[in-house]
Design a protein around this ligand. Structure first.
Ligand code: S3P
Length: 170
């Protein structure tokens, strides 16, 4: 079976949904950011500060290219789907779900997060612009779009699991 990737903007619920989906489908779960942090022995803000964003983007593509070949759930970082090569790798090796949340909900979740360098250096307005400029890439990456607004985590997990089971054989 293929991998299940969750893409979407920061704070769209990729990690929470990924973890819960992992119990629901009995598949291992990996958080891409956490894996990169473990491999590098540095936090995301440290990687950004020491080596710059471009280097971090390379680590993301390396991760997608080299991560073990097993059926699993992977929550990606919010910038992963922007890169065409990343989109190709994900679509080739798995099923990609775009978790679509509205900006106000996202902003409430991320605004005080010290572990997200892009949030730290941006105003609300700048983040909103980034959100809209990235949307088309999430659409391009995703096989299936999941509307998360006004849905509970349980409802979202059940919907994704339903789609995974429906598309399993394809
Ligand atoms: C980023 C999102 C973060 C993390 C890094 C950059 C982005 O992941 O990869 O801070 O460019 O949107 P989350 O989406 O898990 O916050």
């Amino acid at each position: 079976m293929r991998k299940i990737y969750l893409v979407g903007f920061m704070g769209s619920g990729k990690s929470v949904i990924g973890r819960r989906l992992s119990y629901f489908l009995r598949l291992p779960y990996y958080d891409m950011d956490r894996e990169i942090v473990r491999q590098q022995g540095m936090s995301i803000p440290e990687i950004f500060e020491k080596y710059g964003e471009e280097y971090f983007r390379k680590l993301e593509t390396d991760f997608l290219l080299n991560f073990r070949d097993e059926a699993c759930i992977i929550s990606t970082g919010g910038g992963v789907a922007v890169n065409e090569e990343n989109r190709k790798i994900m679509r080739r090796t798995g099923l990609v779900f775009f978790l679509d949340a509205n900006f106000e909900d996202i902003y409430k979740r991320v605004k005080n997060d010290k572990n997200r360098p892009i949030v730290q250096k941006s105003t609300k307005n700048e983040l909103e612009q980034l959100y809209f400029s990235r949307k088309k890439y999430y659409h391009l990456a995703g096989h299936i779009r999941v509307l998360t607004e006004n849905r509970s985590i349980r409802q979202i997990v059940e919907y994704v699991a339903f789609q995974v089971n429906r598309l399993k054989g394809e």
